[in-house]
Design a protein around this ligand. Sequence first.
Ligand code: NAD
Ligand code: TYD
Length: 379
Amino acid sequence: MNMGYSRTIIITGGAGFIGSHVVRLFVSKHPDYHVINFDKLTYAGNLANLTDIENKPNYTFVKGDICDYELVKKVISENNVDGIIHLAAESHVDRSITDPFIFAKTNVLGTLTLLQAAREFWEPSRWEGKRFYHISTDEVYGALELTNPEGLESPFVTKASSAGHKAYGRTFFTEETRYQPHSPYSAAKASSDHFVRAYHDTYGMPTIVTNCSNNYGPYQFPEKLIPLFINNIRNRKPLPVYGKGENVRDWLYVEDHARAIDLIFHKGKVAQTYNIGGFNEWKNIDIVRLLIKTVDRLLGRPEGADDDLITFVTDRKGHDLRYAIDSRKLQRELGWEPQLQFEEGLEKTVRWYLGNQDWLDNVTSGDYQAYYERMYKCR
Ligand code: NAD
Ligand code: TYD
């Protein structure tokens, strides 16, 4: 049933960090779409991320596992779903190092389950008006060389680029870069990307894959660098910087990613890959220093008060040195440009976490953690 809506789409992982921004955008911007948020609510999924839109008439939440073939098929067929935007995944590299199996299960078998269930329902219509959009990561490309630890003047600048416009090497990930994943997380994502492309090449399913750089912004689970460190600075806890903090990541504000997803879902060409990023490279240690400065300023603490929280710890195993996305194809072909400049976005993000301490305290509370750690262990 389409209940008078022009389209019905499933967004998987819509209770997570990026997914909640995508759900919010689609529910608000497309009131003529019925948006089904399909999420298992693992430790990373939190319906509190969506309280502002949960009562909208065009929004439905379904609690479910993407590995559950019968349930996925039922939700697709009963709602006459014509589009899937697939974000559900295990997403944290450190967890993938300690427990790789759940990454293979969710990211690979879960994606395959979704593809097969969609195929069963969509193939008889010869794919008319259908779309399977898979959200992937730049980490599938492996690591880039880091030839200049002090940073070079970047040849590419967008509105998201930081004031210094730095690049730490001369190469970037393009859509043609060979896959060379190193962590169990990126290996599982790479595998799922291959399955998505195989469903296009073998069965003709209208698929799209995008590979985005590191996201930051509100509602990110505080196990990832930026929210973890904001919370630790707030609570004056040590900041565990891996290695020497020289690894480089390319950061994009989450709402800019969500806008790219909206654009690509509607205008992207079938069977294409688009890289998403804002040409905004940062060395971890520089981000950590900026975070300390920003949190201390906003909390009225004297400058330098929390510098000694920085604690260099044993490096992450297989730690990728540098990620840097070349997103010129997306800019050129679909006219996308990120809107939020990094230093402004980071301050906005810090203000959000400091202004939403209940959210942070809830997800870092013993009860929340213990509950999900138990679930996590028994999966
Ligand atoms: P997240 O960990 O915050 O959220 C993942 C969501 O998926 C959660 O709501 C969780 O409950 C749900 N989920 C997990 N297993 C599930 C299952 N078996 N069935 C149904 N739901 C399940 O992740 P995120 O950071 O928002 O990332 C979302 C997607 O974007 C992932 O596919 C990730 O690989 C990709 N991505 C993330 C980044 C980033 O910087 N965070 C960058 C590029 C791409
Ligand atoms: P993270 O947010 O986990 O994202 P990803 O591994 O997907 O890039 O980590 C970002 C960078 O910060 C990465 O180089 C690892 C580093 N890092 C630390 O130094 N300490 C930490 O406690 C965490 C979580 C990450």
